[in-house]
Write a protein that binds this ligand. Sequence first.
Ligand SMILES: Nc1ncnc2c1ncn2[C@@H]1O[C@H](COP(=O)(O)OP(=O)(O)OP(=O)(O)O)[C@@H](O)[C@H]1O
Length: 314
Amino acid sequence: MSAPRSQYAIDVRKLNKHFGDKHVVRDVSLQVGHGEIFGFLGPNGSGKTTSIRMMCGLLTPDSGSGTCLGYDIIRESAQIKRRVGYMTQRFSYWEDLSIRENLDFVARVYQMPNRKEAVNRALESLGLASRADQLTGALSGGWKQRLALAACMLHEPRLLLLDEPTAGVDPNARREFWEELHRLAANGISVLVSTHYMDEAERCHKLAYISYGTLLAQGTASEVTASQNLATWVVYGEHLAVLSEQLRTMPGVDQTVVFGSALHVSGSDHEALETTINQISKDKALRAEQIETGLEDVFIYLMKRSSDSNGAMR
Ligand SMILES: Nc1ncnc2c1ncn2[C@@H]1O[C@H](COP(=O)(O)OP(=O)(O)OP(=O)(O)O)[C@@H](O)[C@H]1O
């Protein structure tokens, strides 16, 4: 039977999940388009994995509804599980087996028909063919990630759910991994990927930021940035840590973050912030200029605000 048609690869509304008395996912709604790379960001323990598991039918929400690849996440979880590629945070493989043998093992576990062809196809499409007979234990972190991706692509899913796929992988291998994701997306495969890396967030078509189980912002990088209406100034000078502390007590300053030899100062009251910056740069002979607020400034702002309000509730 062919898959039901749906405008979105993932379309979920108001998902909630409790573990005991802990409310870990709160009214999460999101849509992922076909061929879209959707980034899921948020601090540790904010509910990303739990949300992903509900979206692909592995975990039943306490309330809420939705579809994944057109199938109902509650009633049709078996169909979903067969059609998505899910890469968990801990992909396990046999170190003493080659790449090909590991993939063959996965294909056997899933009782795939045409196992040999499926393994060859995955090896080819992920550039692993030349290393197919290498022992997995001797591979670098980047190649192991590629093997993990090949394993979840064996059954040619139209949707990939990747839970922190590049944690602990070096920058070069991470870049290559992302090039691969963009190639897959260009072929119509949708990707929901959780990450803590800011450069990866910037490579997603759309993003969502979750904290304490609540989605705080969602959209393209520029929509997410604009949604918080922050003005940001960059200040150059010495003793930035001291200056940062001072600025935090001044009018219009909601946040200060040291980035190497520069200090980013952000606030939602643009006029008050400008007055403060003008005053401090005159008094201390500092150089300051207004810049576009970046994603990282916004994520730090969202995280801080949500930990203040949730901390107050605990
Ligand atoms: N099976 C479970 N039983 C009880 N609590 C759980 C269970 N799974 C997750 N939690 C709790 O739910 C909260 C959200 O966890 P989740 O793994 O979804 O967060 P996350 O954003 O994916 O975190 P990380 O970035 O560390 O992977 C955490 O407090 C976690 O301890």
